[in-house]
Design a protein around this ligand. Structure first.
Ligand SMILES: [Zn+2]
Length: 244
């Protein structure tokens, strides 16, 4: 199926227009920044789309205002005393600056010790912490994939960690490759497991249809709770299929 996608401007709002073989026009506003997207039947002109958007401008503006009020991660300085999250738990950062090796260690129940070289600036401290998050997440994801492969009867060929602005995860079905958002290192393990299972279920069912939901119900009955929980986080899970 070919998909035609382009953007139009309506009252100062950029609207992504996607024409598909569907019956009705669907208008959506998506987190985190209120991107507006219209899926429309092939026969509708841009002018008709424009009118549909104008008629719902009030609703679009309210949705966007709500999203802007969502909690956002504040800018971090990577200094002692700051709060940082790992696997859903909050830790206080302790920066130790006379280390030979750069590393991160959890000490006791509440301390995240960041060892850096003397004089390490903010960017360097951030890099050390991020590398640690990436390694920890990679290991957790590998364990979860190994756990779920026999349960789901699927095989994942590769999995990677990357920073994504609008998605918690994605799946390339043809290559059986899964991508996981680095931010999930900070979330509870059950949130990570939900995303991993979601992406792996795509190897059984491409679309978010009834069959997909039935599979999720069967394998991870609590998935709706985990999804809602992640939805309240600063980053919303956006459907992977919008991507090319
Ligand atoms: Zn999906």
């Amino acid at each position: 199926m070919s998909i035609d996608s382009h953007t139009i401007e309506v009252s100062g709002i950029t609207v992504e227009v996607v024409r598909k073989q569907i019956k009705n026009l669907h208008l959506g506003v998506y987190p985190p920044d209120g991107r507006v997207r219209v899926a429309t039947p092939m026969r509708l002109s841009d002018e008709a789309v424009r009118l549909a958007v104008v008629s719902r401008l009030g609703w679009i503006r309210r949705e966007r205002a709500n999203m802007q009020q969502q909690p956002r991660e504040s800018q971090r300085e990577y200094i002692s005393g700051e709060s940082h999250y790992f696997q859903g738990r909050r830790y206080r950062l302790r920066v130790i600056t006379r280390c030979n090796s750069q590393k991160v260690e959890i000490v006791g129940k509440r301390w995240l010790c960041l060892c850096v070289k003397k004089g390490a600036d903010r960017a360097q401290r951030e890099k050390v912490l991020e590398r640690w998050y990436r390694e920890e997440l990679k290991r957790s994801v590998a364990e979860l994939i190994a756990k779920w492969e026999p349960l789901l009867g699927v095989n994942v060929s590769a999995c990677g960690i990357k920073k994504m602005k609008t998605k918690w995860g994605s799946c390339n079905i043809e290559e059986r490759r899964i991508w996981i958002n680095l931010e999930l290192a900070k979330k509870p393990v059950h949130s990570l497991e939900y995303i991993v299972v979601h992406e792996m279920v795509h190897l059984l069912e491409k679309h978010h249809n009834e069959r997909f939901k039935a599979l999720m119900d069967k394998f991870l009955p609590q998935w709706r709770i985990y999804k809602a929980e992640l939805g309240k986080s600063p980053l919303g899970h956006q459907e992977w299929q919008n991507q090319k």
